[in-house]
Design a protein around this ligand. Structure first.
Ligand code: NCD
Ligand code: ZN
Length: 364
């Protein structure tokens, strides 16, 4: 399925000039591309919007070695559409057995851009994650020394903790102590979902940053139950109350350099979502940039969109800014409900909706 066939142009009622916004080509600092047929099906959507992507390592089995990362990077490069220059930035899945030397070697050789810390069992394919974050100190100290960012899925894993409190509990019990222990470590607080986590990131500006997903800017926890249970809006961390959604919109659009794009696009086949036990993950990758730009437009912050989309993340990671531009057009389009994956499909976030913004052209 090609990218353009997912979007149907809607004829505009009023003729006249289309409002456009041209920005430096953006990056996605948190993306699940999966593997095999799913990779082939979803990659074109990410690659049509973003120049680079931080690739999540929670495959089965997880990407824990340099060798596995190089092989996975090769499969991603091979799955790119013809002429596409999307660059995957690989991450190391941290486990209780991760060796500081493997981390340093992979970072120095340009294989790893960062390492991902999943508390064991916190989310999809996180069962090989870290059981005792304090015991990870030798790895984190090494990362601190070499300037390698750690990307943290910040949710408590104790099943007794209310699911809507898991981020807050993790921040108090794990994130703050970690930030105290490792004062020079670059920490990305992934997919921020609460006002309190926004404040935590701001209180550690410079050494902590936060990614914000498109879906957490659009939905709150009530959306998941709107008219019935909406499995395609279920992800981790789960969306929170409306006041938190508003805090995320403020953080993203405020011009604060500590926040940047991380779509957390996490496709699952429809059968895994519409199931007795629905997998966590929203496939936001196909409509991400259109959604972010809409939010900035609604908040009167279009002039601050480029920094959020294409500058803040690269600066935090210490990577060069992209060359080239992408143009977004305030021209409505209708999104197809699904992306085909072989005989099966994945339900698109905002599929079936009319979006006010469309993707225009990219210049390399
Ligand atoms: C992600 C996935 O499906 O891999 N799911 C999700 O709900 N976000 C894992 C993750 O990032 O938590
Ligand atoms: Zn994720």
């Amino acid at each position: 399925m090609s990218v353009s066939t997912l979007f149907d142009k809607i004829p505009r009622e009023a003729p006249g000039a289309v409002e456009t916004l041209t920005i430096r080509r953006p990056d996605d600092w948190h993306v699940h591309l999966r593997d095999g047929a799913m990779l082939k099906a979803v990659l074109p959507f990410t690659a049509a919007q973003f120049r680079r992507g931080i690739i999540m390592p929670n495959l089965v089995p997880p990407v824990t070695s340099i060798e596995a990362a190089l092989a996975y990077r090769g499969r991603i490069l091979a799955a790119r559409p013809e002429g596409c220059d999307f660059a995957p930035l690989m991450t190391c899945y941290l486990t209780d057995a991760t060796s500081p030397d493997e981390i340093e070697r992979g970072f120095r050789d340009g294989v790893w851009a960062a390492a991902k810390l999943y508390p064991a069992g916190a989310t999809t394919n996180a069962h090989h994650g870290v059981t005792d974050i304090a015991a990870l100190a030798p790895v984190l100290e090494r990362m601190e020394k070499i300037g390698m960012p750690v990307l943290i899925h910040g949710e408590a894993t104790d099943p007794a903790v209310d699911i809507f409190d898991r981020e807050a509990v993790f921040m108090e019990e794990e994130m703050l102590p970690l930030l105290r222990r490792h004062q020079g470590l670059k920490v990305v607080v992934e997919h921020v979902t609460t006002a309190e986590t926004v404040a935590l990131v701001r209180a550690h500006a410079g050494r902590a940053a936060g990614t914000i997903t498109p879906h957490h800017l659009i939905i709150n926890r009530t959306s998941i139950f709107q008219g019935g249970l909406r499995p395609h809006l279920y992800c981790l961390p789960v969306a929170k109350r409306e006041r938190h959604r508003l805090a995320l919109r403020e953080a993203a659009t405020s011009g604060d350099g500590n926040f940047f794009i991380g779509t957390d696009t996490a496709p699952h086949l429809r059968a895994a979502k519409q199931a007795e036990c629905c997998s966590a993950g929203v496939f936001g990758g196909a409509t991400a940039l259109q959604t972010y730009v809409q939010v900035f437009d609604e908040e009167g912050a279009l002039s601050r969109f480029e920094a959020f989309a294409a500058e803040n993340g690269a600066r935090f990671y210490g990577l060069p800014l992209n060359e080239g531009t992408i143009t977004l057009e305030k021209r409505p389009c209708r999104v197809s409900p699904v992306v085909a994956v072989g005989e099966e499909d994945v339900v698109v976030f905002r599929g079936g909706e009319d979006l006010p913004w469309s993707l225009g052209g990219t210049r390399p």
